[in-house]
Design a protein around this ligand. Structure first.
Ligand code: XBP
Ligand code: MG
Length: 258
C-alpha cells in the first residue's frame, strides 16, 4: 500500500454540519441579546469566510454601523464564539450530525489496515472532538495521529497551513497521503499542500469551483448507500474503499506531469 495516511476535513466532509453551525451561531446571538439571525441564504454567503470568529467579524463589517459600534461588537466576538461552540458541541453530542455515507466505514478500514489518520479542519478542536466521539465512539479520538484544527495555524483555508501542520505531525510527505474535502476552499488548501484530494460536496459547497479535485464524488458510498452508476463507474466499484483509492492514486501518479 503506497498510501500511509488519510487526512480528513471535518465540516461537510465527515458530516454535513454547517446547518448545525448556523443554528448554533443564531442561538449564541440570541443568548447575547443581539438581533442577528443568519438565514440559510445569508449563511451560504458568509461561508466565504473561513473560521467562525472571522465569519462574525466579516458580518459586523457588513453592518451599517459606526466604526466605534463595530469595534464594540468585534470586542464581543471571543465570548460570542465560545457560546456558539458550547451550543454547537451540545447539538453534536445530541446526535444532530450523523457521519456522511462511507466515512465510518473508510475510517475503520484504514485504522484496521494500520494507516495513519489525521484531521485538517478550520473548525474549532472542540467541535472535532465532539463529532468524532459521538459518531465513532469514545476511543476513536486515539485513532487519529493529529487533529489539526482551528486557530492552531495563523492562516486558515484556502491557505495550506493546516495541511502542512497535519503532514508535519504525521511525518509523511504529501505523496503518501490522501485528503478528503467538501469545499472549494478546502480543496485549494489540500492541493496547495500537494495532496491527492477526494471531494464530496454538500448543499453548501455544490456551487464551489471543484475542478481541481482528483476525485469528485457525491459521497464515499456504502454497501447500503451505493454510489450512482456514473460515480461507481468512475471508481470501478459501488463505494470507495482503500483498494479503489490505492488504484486511483497509483494511476494518477503514473500519469505524466501536466
Ligand atoms: C468549516 C469552517 C468552520 C465552520 C465553523 O471548517 O469554515 O469555520 O464553518 O466552525 P472545515 P468554527 O470545513 O475546514 O472543517 O465556528 O469553529 O470556526
Ligand atoms: Mg469542510
Amino acid at each position: 500500500m503506497s498510501i500511509e495516511a488519510l487526512i480528513f476535513d471535518v465540516d461537510g466532509t465527515l458530516a454535513d454540519t454547517e446547518e448545525i453551525h448556523r443554528q448554533a451561531f443564531n442561538a449564541a446571538f440570541q443568548e447575547a441579546r443581539l438581533w442577528w439571525n443568519w438565514s440559510a441564504h445569508q449563511y451560504a454567503g458568509l461561508l466565504a469566510t473561513s473560521g467562525g470568529k472571522e465569519r462574525i467579524a466579516a458580518y459586523v463589517d457588513s453592518l451599517a454601523e459606526s466604526e466605534a459600534a463595530r469595534r464594540e461588537l468585534k470586542a464581543r466576538i471571543p465570548a460570542l464564539h465560545a457560546a456558539k461552540t458550547r451550543i454547537f458541541t451540545g447539538l453534536i453530542a445530541g446526535g444532530r450530525a450523523p457521519l456522511r455515507p462511507g466515512v465510518a466505514r473508510l475510517v475503520r478500514e484504514a485504522h484496521a489496515a494500520g494507516l495513519k489518520l489525521a484531521i485538517a479542519s478550520t473548525t474549532s478542536p472542540a467541535n472535532v472532538e465532539a463529532l468524532i466521539e459521538r459518531s465513532l465512539g469514545e476511543g476513536a479520538l486515539r485513532w487519529f495521529s493529529v487533529i489539526a484544527a482551528g486557530d492552531q495555524v495563523a492562516v486558515k483555508k484556502p491557505a495550506p497551513d493546516i495541511y502542512h501542520l497535519a503532514l508535519a505531525v504525521l511525518g509523511l510527505p504529501p505523496a503518501a497521503c490522501v485528503a478528503f474535502e467538501d469545499s472549494g476552499k478546502g480543496l485549494a488548501a489540500a492541493k496547495a499542500a500537494g495532496l491527492f484530494t477526494v471531494v464530496t460536496p454538500t448543499f453548501w459547497t455544490q456551487t464551489d469551483d471543484l475542478a481541481a479535485a482528483d476525485l469528485l464524488l457525491p459521497s464515499l458510498g456504502d454497501p447500503e448507500a451505493p454510489l450512482d452508476p456514473g460515480a461507481a463507474a468512475a471508481i470501478g466499484a459501488p463505494y470507495l474503499g482503500l483498494a479503489e483509492l490505492e488504484r486511483l492514486v497509483a494511476a494518477r501518479a503514473a500519469q505524466p506531469a501536466s
